[in-house]
Design a protein around this ligand. Structure first.
Ligand code: ATP
Ligand code: MG
Length: 499
């Protein structure tokens, strides 16, 4: 469209015109010239309205105003020379060369005023200290943690990666999965979705049949013990472990013979039949039957209790390794304070998904644990995550755990307890730590857990929406996550607040 030009020129005002008339003409001319200037100016590239007030920089491009700007040689400090390597000890953001252009575009490196890209797989082995592809993302409510995870997911798909969200307690990943051509399995009372956590996924070509059978048995036992422990809220006794072992073997043998799949209900049934267990135990001493009563009741909850049906039937969906994204929506569960149902469902859902992800030839994958702080209080779930974390490099999987505060990790148990050790181990196995804004009372915990310097801690307290401190293998960046308008629409979780 051709740009219109506007100009204003003074009109002749007769000399004898009254003073007021001449004044009015002068004012009219000044106004016309102003209007012409506005009309002639090129349109502004970005209108003020489109700019999120929360993302507006604290200071104008010219920098901090006033004497504290240190301009005009007013600060007068003595000169001090050092290398940037030394200076970065005191001020970590100095002269950071960036992580390179490989990977997905995240946004803007605030200090370098450069694009910031990230790909844990390409950084692995390329930068010192980057020993694993896992990441933790911590920040207070509503700062854009999920939005960042969703951007990483959306943009990684373009690089051929696949995305798995084993438990989505808010159901906010469904729209994303649908928009990207993926699938969502929604579980809850009255919904048709069923997942059998004892499903045997296809054997990867590179694993021998015997090894796979052993691996499968180990995974199933881990799942059963985790479920029992969650309901019983205590560790299992040695005899209970034996009972689970025997019950699983009995059910799997029967299912193989009849060409069906083993179900949790079958396991609960065998555990509730003392004679069968004692017979399977053979001539070892002890009465297994009576020792397994607690277990039988614990598993009953999944079969007849509030989760009945959901995890005790053949799966209604088959795991499709070619789908770009898969999420499990658990938003219909876990209402009413007690989140045991949600935890049991998370255990079953993640067991189902994780065993399907055990194929090392499955390509590069992101497994995203949104709202992972909910898992932290449950040792069984932490154990599952830990085993996933340990396998990540071998399987080509990058895990992303999203929590609110770093102290969520401490809520896993008292110092030295199993839960606490597991949670701290998860953090230690994350080469990438992304810290969004933390509450002032959380800063000390964050600083001590992550080894933040004073400057970094101060920076964390002042972060705005979408802006985070990225610690990548000990290197620090302040990064502003930039959302595409289409992403912004798709990821909006504020709609209900605004409505
Ligand atoms: N970088 C960004 N630029 C603009 N808007 C953003 C940005 N990041 C997030 N938002 C918006 O902020 C809102 C809250 O984001 P999001 O749901 O990701 O927060 P959250 O940290 O995951 O919150 P919660 O802890 O409640 O899960 C969303 O509507 C999102 O669109
Ligand atoms: Mg969120």
């Amino acid at each position: 469209m051709p740009r219109t030009r506007a100009s204003a020129s003074p009109l002749f005002v007769p000399r004898k015109a009254p003073r007021a008339g001449r004044k009015a003409a002068r004012a009219g001319f000044a106004e016309a010239r102003r209007q012409a200037r506005i009309a002639g100016a090129p349109p502004k590239r970005r209108t003020e309205g489109a700019f999120d007030p929360e993302l507006r920089p604290t200071y104008p491009p010219s920098g901090r105003p006033g004497p504290s700007s240190a301009r005009g040689s007013k600060l007068g400090l003595p000169a001090h020379r050092m290398t940037t390597a030394t200076a970065s000890g005191a001020y970590p953001f100095v002269a950071e060369g960036g992580l390179g252009a490989d990977g997905v575009f995240i946004g803007r490196d605030v200090h370098a005023e450069a694009a910031f890209c990230f790909d844990p797989f390409s950084l692995y082995g390329r930068i010192e200290g980057f020993t694993n592809p896992n990441a933790v993302l911590a920040g207070i409510i509503g700062m854009g943690k999920s939005a960042l995870a969703k951007s990483i997911a959306t943009r990684s798909i373009a690089h051929g990666y696949r995305i798995y969200v084993p438990s989505d307690p808010k159901g906010e990943w469904t729209a994303v999965a649908q928009a990207l051509g993926g699938h969502t399995i929604a579980l809850g009372p009255g919904l048709p979705g069923r997942l059998n956590p004892l499903d045997a996924p296809a054997r990867p070509a590179s694993v021998s049949e015997d090894d796979w059978a052993t691996e499968l048995r180990k995974r199933r036992l881990l799942l059963l013990a985790g479920l029992a422990r969650t309901v019983l809220k205590r560790d299992l006794q040695p005899m209970e472990h034996t009972a689970l072992d025997l019950a699983l073997d009995l059910v799997v043998t029967e299912a193989d013979a009849s060409g069906t799949v083993p179900l949790l209900g079958d396991i609960a049934h065998v555990l509730g039949s003392p004679e069968r267990l004692d017979r399977a135990l053979g001539n070892q001493t002890g009465h297994l039957g009576s020792a397994a009563q607690d277990l039988a009741h614990a598993l009953r909850r999944l079969v007849h209790g509030d989760l009945s049906g959901m995890f005790d039937a053949p799966s209604t969906v088959e795991f499709d390794p070619t789908t770009p994204m898969l999420s499990i929506d658990l938003s219909r569960l876990g209402g009413g304070g007690d989140d045991t149902a949600l935890v049991l469902a998370m255990t079953c859902a993640s067991a189902w998904m994780e065993s399907a992800l055990a194929d090392p030839d499955g390509g590069r994958r992101w497994v995203i644990y949104d709202e992972a702080w909910r898992l932290m209080r449950h040792v069984g779930l932490l154990e599952r995550m830990q085993s996933q974390w340990k396998l990540s490099r071998g399987l080509g999987i990058a895990n992303l755990m999203i929590i609110h505060r770093l102290s969520d990790l401490l809520s896993a148990g008292d110092a030295g307890s199993r839960g606490r050790v597991l949670a701290e181990g998860l953090l230690a196995d994350c080469s990438t730590r992304i810290i969004y804004r933390q509450e002032p009372d959380q800063l000390t915990t964050a600083a001590s857990l992550l080894g933040l310097t004073g400057v970094e801690t101060q920076a964390v307290s002042a972060l705005t929406k979408g802006r985070g401190l990225w610690k990548v293998a000990g290197r620090s960046f302040i990064t502003q996550h930039v959302l595409h308008p289409a992403e912004r629409k798709l990821f909006d979780t504020d709609a209900r607040m605004a409505a």
